[in-house]
Design a protein around this ligand. Structure first.
Ligand code: PEP
Ligand code: CO
Length: 463
């Protein structure tokens, strides 16, 4: 992140999205309390600066041109209890280790974006949850209600939006400190490979790679070169822009340009369930200057995707809009090509990012919601195959992981069996890769990226 000193500007006129249908909004029991909270949020400092968002947009433009790769990841749902130094450091460690594997293994600059410091709200397939004859509102993320299955915890509480803001602030503060304060220095490449992961096959493979990096760094030092870039990383925050009252309260006009930025995160995305063209979420994303993403599932049609691009990026600005596809391993090879063909036929370049998690969730016999690492790898493989066949750039991955040794996804080089899921199943929402599984994925992605055909034919020949 590049620190900029601009003073945040005024709040923009209230959102143009108001009055449009907004899916997945909580039923706040007390609208007066919500108003008081959003007014308080509107007076609090921005979490990110507009200038930082602009730099990220440039980084994503490089991805669209085929010159860099996105690594975006973190929890499905962050929790307030998880905003601790240990937990944040472990997640960042995972991101850094994956990024090193990709940068070194695939020789590509990696744009590092955490699903962190704001990922506190969840869309749900069902508004209510039934347990033993009792029905209560579904858990919608710590920004809305509590996970505990009691009427009190499940009642939406606007006060939680303030806690979400403060937990985002402490998390981002830690991330900024880790990213620039020495922890992310490439000379620390061995130090990130500690605890349970060091013993796993992917941890050992990582250790060998770290040894090669050590030798390269020693060689550079011997030559008198010690570039600044090796001592810190650029880290960006992101989350799903789901709760529009919260996002609007943190939207400010940039004092340099007068343009509105959502200062809750550098990058926000609109989810698969809220991306209706005429809906409030797309209108909110249209109204801000941040780089934005849209999740695209297997039901999306080419004309829908073109309409989303028309709405969110009418000027074809590279890096403004990222398409995050989440098709499922079984369908990606069939449903992704028509979408990419339609986009390149219009001469549009976007970062295409693969989310190999959300199309591959199923329920294990034990009742745990889980994913097989093999399916995740297969969707990534399919994503690379499709881009190879079309001559387009596989721009990145978007994943759910944690830094801890959880047992939420099945498989991996240090395998988690379906029967092990209960051992450390800690997620507040979807199952996450543990650090060893995340490294397995990083090595596979680095191999696929390195061995993909280098030249891209002109878009016109690919129709
Ligand atoms: C998510 O990213 O956690 C999510 C809910 O994804 P999607 O909108 O793709 O279903
Ligand atoms: Co999820």
């Amino acid at each position: 992140m590049t620190a900029t000193a601009e003073v945040p500007g005024s709040a923009p006129a209230d959102g143009s999205w108001r009055g449009l249908p907004a899916a997945q909004q909580p039923d706040w029991p007390d609208s007066g309390h919500l108003t008081a909270v959003t007014e308080e949020l509107a007076g609090l400092p921005p979490l990110v600066f507009a200038g930082e968002c602009d730099v990220l947009r440039e980084r994503l433009a490089a991805v669209a041109r085929g010159e860099a790769f996105v690594l975006q990841g973190g929890d499905c749902a962050e929790t307030f209890a998880g905003a601790t130094a240990d937990s944040v450091r472990a997640k960042l460690q995972t991101l850094l280790q994956m990024a090193v594997v990709l940068t070194y293994g695939a020789s590509v600059p990696v744009v590092k974006i955490g699903r962190m410091a704001g990922q506190f709200a969840k869309p749900r397939s069902r508004p209510a949850e039934l347990r033993d004859g009792t029905e209560l509102p579904a858990y919608r993320g710590d920004a809305v209600n509590g996970f505990e299955f009691t009427a009190r915890a499940r009642t939406p509480d606007p006060g939680r939006l303030l806690r979400a803001y403060h937990c985002s602030a402490v998390t981002l503060n830690l991330c900024r400190a880790f990213a620039t304060g020495g922890y992310a220095d490439l000379h620390q490449v061995h130090a990130w490979n500690q605890d349970f992961v060091a013993e796993s096959p992917s941890g050992q493979r990582y250790e060998r790679l770290a040894g090669e990096i050590d030798r390269a760094l020693a060689f550079m030092r011997a030559c008198g070169a010690d570039p600044e870039e090796l001592h810190a990383v650029e880290f960006y925050s992101s989350h799903e822009a789901l709760l529009l009252d919260y996002e609007q309260a943190l939207t400010r006009n940039d004092s340099r340009t007068g343009l509105p930025y959502d200062t809750s995160a550098h990058f926000v995305w609109i989810g698969e369930r809220t991306r209706a063209l005429g809906g409030a979420h797309i209108e909110f994303a249209r109204s801000i200057r941040n780089p934005v993403g849209v999740k695209v599932g297997p039901g999306a049609t080419p004309s829908e995707v073109l309409a989303l691009i028309g709405r969110l990026n009418p000027d074809g600005e590279r890096g403004r809009l990222t398409l995050i596809t989440r098709m499922g391993a079984a369908r990606v090879r069939a449903v992704l090509p028509p979408l990419i063909k339609a986009v390149i036929a219009e001469g549009i370049e976007v970062p295409w990012v693969c989310d190999p998690m959300h199309g591959n969730t199923f329920e294990a016999p034990s009742g745990h919601k889980t994913r097989r690492l093999d399916d995740v790898l297969d969707e990534v493989q399919g994503f690379f195959e499709v881009h190879r066949d079309l001559g387009t750039h596989p721009g990145g991955i978007h994943i759910e992981f944690t830094g801890d040794n959880v047992t939420e996804c099945v498989g991996g080089s240090r395998a988690v069996a379906a029967a092990d899921l209960h051992q450390r199943y800690e997620t507040a929402c979807d199952p996450r890769l543990n650090r060893s599984q995340a490294l397995d994925l990083a090595f596979t992605v680095a191999d696929r990226y390195r061995t993909r055909p280098a030249a891209r034919p002109p878009a016109a020949s690919v129709r």
